[in-house]
Design a protein around this ligand. Structure first.
Ligand SMILES: CC(C)(COP(=O)(O)OP(=O)(O)OC[C@H]1O[C@@H](n2cnc3c(N)ncnc32)[C@H](O)[C@@H]1OP(=O)(O)O)[C@@H](O)C(=O)NCCC(=O)NCCS
Length: 197
């Protein structure tokens, strides 16, 4: 139980305010075309490719949790056929990250969802979400859920609400600032000031 009021957080730490959202039935989906010049593809795990894509999509938003993991840990995660990864490919390069995690029976977690900066705002996000919802509900699930955090794109929460997800919980997570531990560059996520102490 966290007491009401302000709580000091030590220098060097970041505080993530997480909103948890879910959908319990498949919503009606808009008829969305794949934006021109892109293809929707399944992705096989390859460490350098994965780290590059994770960085290009997420560095601006202070995504780092997967960068803390070794290639071996990541390979073990993606070797499970219940973990599935997809992308939007443009000009031969992967520009989006969609990870669906079916490891919990009758559930799907939207584990990662994001676009590289050039794809934001062109309809690619809506296309990718229709694919995510379709693929999730093709399996015998009762719940499709995700977390989004205050450091993610300010467009993300509204986008998820318009997609049919309903907020049901909040969490606070405190961690070492990954820019101070060297996991990501100090230039990452300029909208989150570094407080080094
Ligand atoms: C969250 C995120 C995926 C949303 O993507 P986006 O680029 O805003 O999404 P889109 O451009 O597809 O959609 C935005 C809206 O504009 C519409 N739109 C914009 N340009 C369009 C175009 N050229 N053609 C058709 N529709 C277009 C979309 O249909 C959509 O409307 P809707 O939500 O009412 O359907 C994206 O901002 C992102 O990847 N952010 C960084 C990573 C991140 O924060 N991920 C979330 C982590 S939890």
């Amino acid at each position: 139980m966290i007491a009401n009021g302000s709580h000091d957080v030590p220098a060097g730490k970041i505080v993530m305010a997480i909103t948890r959202l879910e959908m319990k039935t498949k919503p009606p989906l808009p008829d969305v075309a794949l934006p021109q010049g892109m293809t929707f593809e399944a992705v096989k795990f390859d460490p350098p490719h994965y780290r590059d894509l994770f960085t290009r999509v997420g560095q601006e938003w202070l995504w780092y949790s997967r960068l803390n993991k070794s290639d071996r840990e990541l390979a073990a995660h993606f070797s499970d056929p219940k973990v599935q990864m997809f992308t939007l490919r443009k000009d031969g390069q992967d520009e989006a990250m969609l990870e669906l995690d079916f490891r919990v029976a009758e559930e799907c977690e939207l584990a990662y969802f994001g676009l590289t900066a050039p794809l934001i705002g062109c309809g690619a996000g809506r296309f990718l979400m229709t694919q995510a919802i379709t693929l999730a509900w093709e399996q015998p699930i009762k719940r499709f859920h995700l977390k989004t955090c205050n450091y993610d794109s300010p467009q993300a929460l509204g986008f998820y609400l318009r997609s049919g997800f309903v907020p049901y919980g909040r969490q606070i997570e405190i961690d070492d600032d990954p820019r101070l531990t060297g996991v990501v560059p100090t230039t990452a996520a300029p909208h989150v000031p570094i407080i080094a102490g």
